[in-house]
Ligand binder design. Structure first.
Ligand code: NAD
Length: 330
């Protein structure tokens, strides 16, 4: 039985080949999945897609035409999938809901510490025998107030780390997590949480959260606050965050995700002329740190992603169902 993987990198091949205990015929394609490339999946029992594949209604219609009944996402987020179209075409869609929340939470902390203590600058300076501390002044994270928006798997892991740092942790979510409350996390309305010294985004991208961070919400933030986004680029109105950085309303920005990332991330464009002026402007700020959607990228996470994706596909083939249900979207 053949599984066709879209948007693959060499590490996908390494991990999925290693954990292919059911001996599926694995086909790894570099191209992303869209209505132009979907036919490459002909003959497969399932397709496996990633964060920037656009799995739209035309893609589902063509998949149904190819008699492919399973789309397995090898990620947690699913804002790029037309679930209604999946349903109407009788296609099951599954994901990996919690492969390693700590991987993403730890990356958010890494971004925060880098921006605050400027270790990226220190590294380069010392290599050039510049041992001056000028411009490297940071502050203690201990004692600061952290705002966590979205306290699911990743937000919860992030909140726990920040409690360990000795921070006051404020949270906003549509559902409060009782376990977090029990260890000291305080739930408040969004506008209160936005007043924190450091705000980290961990909610999904959907119609309610698109451009959650906009002119109005930036104005609610404490002047000079740090904003971290390891969730999805569309949570931040990028053009407006540039204005907020220019006025100093945002003191530092760490993003692992970017609104227009599908044209840039996961590729080596070092010899190209980048046409996206917005990311070029962001990259020009000394207080902006950008990583290219790497928060998930740990050995433990990739192991889990491969194992859970195979389990999802095998269960769907055998029983047309999945346990736990959180993995099944349609
Ligand atoms: P999750 O489903 O466990 O948690 C999401 C939380 O957000 C839930 O508690 C939910 O109630 C809350 N939420 C939903 N709508 C909200 C709203 N309007 N306001 C506030 N909170 C809201 O998901 P997760 O595993 O914690 O992942 C969170 C997001 O992180 C994913 O949606 C994905 O986009 C992103 N992610 C990024 C990477 C990466 O490598 N950068 C890796 C994995 C996941």
């Amino acid at each position: 039985m053949k599984i066709v993987f879209f948007s693959t990198q060499p590490y996908d091949k390494t991990f999925f080949t290693q954990f292919n205990t059911e001996n599926y015929d694995l086909v790894f394609l570099e191209t992303s999945l869209d209505d132009q490339t979907v036919e490459l999946a002909a003959g497969a029992v399932a397709v496996c897609a990633f964060v920037n594949d656009k799995i739209s209604a035309p893609v589902f219609e063509k998949l149904a035409g190819l008699n492919i009944k399973i789309v397995a996402l090898r990620c947690a987020g699913f804002n790029n999938v037309d679930l209604e179209a999946a349903k109407s075409n009788g296609i099951r869609v599954c994901r990996v809901p919690a492969y390693s929340p700590e991987a993403v939470a730890e990356h958010a902390v890494a971004m925060l510490l880098t921006l605050n203590r400027k270790t990226h600058k220190a590294y380069n300076r010392v290599r050039e025998q510049n041992f001056s501390l000028h411009g490297l002044l940071g502050y203690n994270i201990h004692g600061k107030t952290i705002g966590v928006i979205g306290t699911g798997n990743i937000g919860k892991a992030f909140a726990k780390i920040m409690l360990g740092f000795g921070c006051r942790v404020l949270a906003f979510d549509v559902i409060a997590n009782k376990d977090l409350e029990a260890i000291g996390v305080e739930y408040h309305p969004l506008m209160e949480v936005l007043k924190a010294d450091i705000v980290s985004l961990h909610c999904p991208l959907n119609e309610q959260t698109k451009h959650l961070m906009n002119e109005t919400t930036f104005a609610m933030m404490k002047k000079g606050a740090v904003l971290i986004n390891t969730s999805r680029g569309g949570l931040i109105d990028t053009k407006t965050v540039i204005k907020a950085l220019k006025t100093g309303q945002i003191g530092a920005l760490g993003i692992d995700v970017y609104e227009q990332e599908e044209k840039l991330f996961f590729r080596d464009l070092s010899e190209d002329i980048i046409q996206d002026d917005t990311i070029q402007r962001l990259m020009s700020f000394p207080n902006v740190l950008i990583t290219a959607h790497q928060a998930f990228f740990t050995d433990e996470a990739l192991t889990q992603i491969a194992n859970i994706t195979f389990t999802n596909i095998s269960q769907l083939i055998k029983t047309n169902n999945i346990s736990p249900q959180a993995a099944l979207l349609v």
